[in-house]
Design a protein around this ligand. Structure first.
Ligand code: 2P0
Length: 321
């Protein structure tokens, strides 16, 4: 029987922002993420007697334009593993758009694992990470659970993710504050390209990531959640500095984004553990401890109207069910 591949999404705490090679999605720097338990994609792929792939997302067939990225990806997979079969893909996203998380990480990780299962490729997790990265960079990290490092590498064989600690006992909780469900106006792919080409600060990004990675891994080993929070917030703000310093400048921040950042600072001044990270959109994800999360949630919900929060914990790597 064809198995369903399940992949959880991840949040980068040391961000990936910029590609050295667009074809293979080879980044300029390593990145480090936490896989989350609440949000995942289930994907099943069946071989069909056709020369065109068919893609269903949440039980709805995608039209040609919407399925193009996935069909192009399947062409890449066929070329990499030298087979000709085409598929019907059935994918269900349990990444509520309302949670403010992108689904490309879990989506491409689940798709890579599903093809691996259907075609009996018997890939190692490393090869699976390489395969997922060809779909979307951040998907390379969703193969593993817990804290994961994506090694930038220099080519298709050397750019893959590896687990640092798949079940860390650190008490980290991620609170996602949803400001906007609207589609982002600048895709991460376009945003990255613009920062790489035009930000005068881009050359400093690699140096910063290299030193923050060392500190971050030490903080994981020391189970130092406050340090993890501090580095994550600084790294996220530095990534967003690469958008504001691009030419023409752009930002993913909304007015409420800044409002929440100020609240987080206020909470910290009152001794409550809370640090922000923000991806390519306006929503803020707050790094909390088991002890602080309820206080953070109550304070945010009481002080800002029109927002909702979703809590997530450490998630596992790829599963076949
Ligand atoms: C990350 N982001 O490390 C960074 C931080 C958003 C901000 O990876 O072009 O969908 O498909 O490789 O992985 C989002 O971009 O980009 C992302 P592609 P992806 O999670």
């Amino acid at each position: 029987m064809t198995k369903i591949a399940r992949a959880y999404t991840n949040i980068a705490l040391i961000k990936y922002w910029g590609k050295k090679d667009k074809t293979y999605k080879i980044p300029y720097t390593d990145s480090l993420s936490l896989t989350l338990d609440r949000f995942y994609t289930d994907t099943k792929s069946e071989v069909i007697n056709s020369d065109k792939d068919v893609v269903f997302l949440n039980n709805q067939e995608l039209d040609d334009s919407k399925s193009l990225r996935i069909r192009n990806y399947l062409d890449t997979v066929r070329k990499m593993y030298s087979f000709d079969e085409h598929f019907q893909i059935n994918s269900t996203n349990h990444v509520p758009t309302s949670a403010g998380f992108a689904s490309s990480a879990s989506g491409f990780a689940a798709l890579a694992a599903s093809i691996n299962s259907t075609m009996n490729l018997d890939l190692s997790k490393k090869s699976l990470s390489i395969l997922a990265r060809n779909g979307s960079g951040s998907a390379s990290r969703s193969i593993f659970g817990g804290f994961v490092q994506w090694h930038a590498g220099t080519n298709n064989d050397t750019s893959f993710a590896e687990p640092i600690d798949e079940s860390p006992d650190i008490g980290i909780v991620l609170l996602s504050v949803v400001i906007s469900k609207a589609e982002k106006s600048i895709s991460s792919t376009t945003g990255m390209e613009s920062s790489v080409k035009t930000s005068p600060f881009y050359s400093n990004w690699s140096t910063l990531v290299a030193s923050e990675l060392v500190e971050f891994k030490q903080a994981i080993a020391n189970k130092d959640l406050q340090k993890i929070g501090e580095i994550s917030e600084h790294n996220a703000m530095s990534m967003h500095a690469l958008t504001l310093s691009a030419n023409p400048p752009y930002t993913y921040f909304a007015p409420e984004t800044i409002q929440i950042l100020n609240i987080i600072k206020k909470l910290r001044n009152n001794g409550i553990l809370a640090y922000a990270t923000i991806d390519a959109g306006p929503n803020v994800k707050i790094i909390c401890s088991k002890e602080s999360v309820q206080k953070v949630k109550d304070f945010i919900e009481a002080n800002i109207t029109g927002i909702s929060t979703v809590e997530a914990h450490i998630g596992r790597g790829i599963e076949y069910i």
